[in-house]
Ligand binder design. Structure first.
Ligand SMILES: [Zn+2]
Length: 440
């Protein structure tokens, strides 16, 4: 079966991440489909036996080497809106495989398993052990990856390199930087969902007094909006990103970005103004997203709240960022309640041996330059980053020409031409990291 047909058949199985049991059976069908599509992979690897978690191991010849972990989740978000082809059709048309999960993240899962299946059927045996982790709940918290982390820790396994989704092949990653690049996430911002709660005596709306809960909240929100609550800093990943992209820029930006160090404050100022995405790499962000007051128009609430989603920079972290915003909230008489919070994960080193390996694989298999960056969204790899020497977040799929927008949106699709390169990328990475030995 050709690549696009294999991927199409995986898209047709609706593995929508849900807490309820309605889709549970689909995940069973999905696993059966995988065993049929990649028999040599399943023969070469074994299930480590963590209940309900897809975590398989391909034992390496040298047991003293720390393992490689290849990750790609199999759940997808729901699909609504007007699609050109039905979202779970797995349609192959106009040079694309269409459907929910084509990019996020079944295209990558297919590429990892196809690469491994081909290597296994050629008699390849890795020197370094490889684990394959494919979560069924990445889109709703990543419980499988959290349990995998516990499993690795309880078995005293330290990981050499973890590779998960995140960056992709995209065009013009920053305003002014022209060209196609492999964007490699070397860090991801952790998050928290926080509620700010105001209280008052309440009462009938016909006899209001000043400083009602909603007024308190409004003055707090306005202050947060106007003030620079969080500090901006250029970390080594952002500096390295700009240096890598500088040759693709023109004029002043090219001069400024290629001489980082000499022009630090100027670079920071340019980055903060470049775009919301560029600015978000430098500082903690806070977006107010939810609110609640009284349920009736003529009742002043005794309690009202606004909710915010925070994404923490690595230099300020969750603790200091929350302290900074709490100080302002307390000044306005608000109570601060953290509803949920992710885990902080470390930032990688763009000058490391690990990054050289990924760079090498991008050049050899994809023919493009690897550029490190800080990702603002979360991935399952955050659970393993703390127990891995290297963590890279990158799907070697072509998301240029606006395809990135189709992730979680409508008309998600992957170019067919991208699949062979992605398979090649994983073969190359496995060869480079797992120190290949071909034997018959
Ligand atoms: Zn994803």
């Amino acid at each position: 079966m050709v690549y696009e047909e294999k991927l199409g058949s995986l898209i047709r199985i609706q593995t929508v991440s849900q807490q309820d049991e309605a889709y549970a059976e689909n995940f069973n069908f999905f696993e059966i489909a995988l065993t049929e599509l990649f028999p040599a992979f399943f023969k070469a690897t074994e299930d480590i036996g963590l209940e309900k978690v897809f975590l398989r191991v391909w034992q390496g010849l040298d047991k003293t080497l720390d393992p490689l972990v290849l990750m790609s989740h199999q759940d997808v978000v729901e699909a609504s809106g007007n699609w050109t082809y039905p979202p779970f059709s797995g349609m192959i048309k106009d040079g694309y495989v269409w459907g929910r999960g084509a990019l996020d993240n079944k295209g990558t899962l297919f590429s990892i398993l196809e690469a491994s299946d081909q290597l296994a059927s050629q008699g390849f045996q890795p020197e370094r052990t490889i684990y394959f982790l494919s979560g069924k709940n990445e889109e709703i918290g990543g419980e499988d990856a959290r349990r995998a982390r516990e499993w690795f820790i309880s078995h005293s396994i330290h990981i050499y390199m973890t590779l998960d989704e995140g960056g992709a092949i995209i065009d013009d990653p920053l305003p002014g930087a022209h060209g196609r690049f492999a964007m490699i996430g070397l860090g991801e911002k952790s998050f928290a969902n926080v509620r700010f709660i105001a209280s008052g005596p309440g009462g009938h709306a016909s006899t209001p007094s000043r400083h009602s809960p909603i007024a308190q909240l409004c003055s707090f929100v306005v202050e947060c909006d106007r003030k620079k609550i969080f500090t901006a800093s250029m970390n080594k990943v952002v500096k390295s990103m700009l240096k890598s992209l500088a040759p693709s820029m023109k004029g002043l930006k090219r001069i400024v970005f290629s001489s980082i160090g000499l022009t630090g404050p100027l670079v920071k100022a340019v980055m903060l103004k470049a775009s919301p995405a560029a600015s978000a790499m430098l500082r903690t962000t806070m977006a107010f997203t939810t609110a609640q007051g009284s349920s009736r128009a003529n009742v002043i609430p005794q309690q009202a709240w606004v909710g915010a989603n925070l994404r923490f920079s690595h230099h300020q972290g969750s603790r200091k960022s929350l302290e900074a915003v709490s100080a302002i909230a307390h000044k306005h008489g608000l109570e601060v309640k953290i509803d949920s919070q992710g885990i902080d994960s470390p930032i990688g080193d763009p000058d490391s041996k690990g990054f050289r390996i990924v760079e090498d694989a991008c050049r050899k298999a994809l023919g493009i330059k690897a550029v490190p960056y800080i990702q603002t969204g979360a991935s399952d790899s955050r659970w393993l980053a703390g127990i891995s020497d290297y963590t890279f977040r990158f799907a070697p799929l072509d998301m240029s020409e606006g395809l990135l927008k189709s992730v979680h949106g409508i008309d998600e699709r992957v170019p067919i031409s991208s699949l062979a390169k992605a398979v090649d990328f994983f073969k190359t990475i496995i060869g480079l990291v797992a120190e290949s030995q071909m034997s018959k």
